[in-house]
Ligand binder design. Structure first.
Ligand code: 5AD
Length: 361
């Protein structure tokens, strides 16, 4: 027992842990060592975030995308995919439904839709803010600083813009015509505007190594992100990465656990992608560092068409099924469902942790 306690404590206590330490933890193979990692991460989650499982509701309002990301089923070259844009009526109906579950964050996500009108989304944000007591998270990709400002001024609270990989060469290899530096600039702008920002990566990308994942975790730490989403790669047949092997659940969970230990109080979801492998690993994610669940409120038939990756049952669950699913999970894990907006824990006195070393002295 406690074979890797020293290593875990060192990474936990470091202002910035070493790549080597992170890599060593990511490469752990023995079940009992991995269990120790997960237990440590679970304790850090409890100390810094408490026992609440925070709920977010996501609505995917357009699957148009002009990007060509090699991993994603929404890539512009996928002509087999029927494209849609929800109108305001449909969107607000979905938001009302979400509100009826007492969920207080709506994540508005779309592909990078060239025809997404800045004023249309501004109106939507204002409408939500005037009608509901709800946090608004945007996830619509790279836009101008003016758009970001307008949306923020209209009441948007948070923005998700994942780095996918913090390795510039790997990033370039799977994002044709995109620019790593520009992505970092967008993040800087979002932060200056006062958004709570979310980053994250994909685990199991071709060319990715444990070292690049370790560097991603350093990137998350340096960036001091409010939210970090980590999910396994799932191949899509109409993408450039068709036919490749899917991301490994164990490595994804190890990366999640380590990200919790290193970043401490970031909001970390058990991602939908984790629920989309050979079994549903979201429960495992919640046991090794995750404190957030995202429920899908995209109405059919659109939900089926928002095919970033091929969906398994978990993604197609109706929201009310999700509700009993999460109640059971919470009960099972001795946790509770947090129905608050659950803003960022960064830089607030909400932090619960005592500055003590974990797992004994
Ligand atoms: N497998 C796993 N995750 C993916 N994403 C996009 N395509 C895939 C895929 N094939 C993730 C990206 C994006 C988020 C919305 O979905 O990380 O940021």
């Amino acid at each position: 027992m406690f074979k890797i306690k020293g290593l875990l404590n060192r990474v936990y206590a470091a202002r910035l842990p070493s790549i080597e330490d992170l890599e060593q933890i990511l490469s752990l193979q023995k079940d009992e060592e991995i269990e120790e990692l997960f237990a440590f991460a679970d304790k850090v989650r409890k100390d810094f975030c408490g026992d609440g499982i925070i709920l977010r509701g996501i609505i995917e309002f357009s699957n148009f995308c002009f990007r060509e990301c090699s991993y994603c089923g929404l890539n512009k070259g996928n002509h087999k995919l029927e494209r849609y844009r929800m109108d305001k009526g449909e969107l607000f109906k979905a938001i009302e439904y979400l509100a009826s579950f007492n969920i207080k964050t709506v994540v508005l996500q779309s592909g990078e839709d060239e025809r997404l009108d800045v004023l249309w989304l501004t109106d939507v944000i204002k409408g939500i803010k005037s009608r509901f007591d709800m946090a608004v998270t945007l996830s619509v990709g790279e836009r101008s600083a003016d758009d970001y400002r307008l949306w923020r001024q209209s009441g948007a609270d948070r923005y998700l813009l994942k780095i996918e990989s913090s390795d510039a060469a790997l990033y370039a290899s799977m994002h044709p015509k995109m620019d790593f530096g520009k992505r970092l600039d967008r993040l800087g702008i979002l932060r200056k505007l006062g958004y709570q920002i979310g980053s994250g990566n994909i685990i199991g990308l071709p060319g990715q190594t444990l070292k690049t994942i370790a560097r991603d975790i350093i990137f998350f730490k340096r960036g001091d992100f409010d939210m970090i989403g980590i999910g396994p790669f799932i191949p899509h047949q109409y993408s450039r990465f068709a036919g490749l092997k899917e991301g490994d659940a164990r490595i994804s969970l190890k990366a999640l656990a380590l990200t919790r230990i290193v970043t401490k109080d970031a909001h970390i979801p058990a991602t939908t992608a984790l629920g989309n492998l050979d079994k549903d690993y979201r429960r495992d994610g919640l046991k090794c560092g995750a404190n957030v669940l995202m429920l899908n409120f995209t109405p059919q038939p659109y939900r089926r068409l928002y095919e970033i990756y091929p969906h398994k049952e978990a993604v197609n669950e109706p929201a009310d099924f999700c509700n009993s699913y999460i109640d059971n999970i919470a009960k099972d894990l001795g946790r509770f469902i947090d129905y608050s907006k659950a803003d960022s824990l960064k830089g607030t006195d909400l932090r619960l942790a005592q500055e003590t070393s974990l797992v004994g002295g």
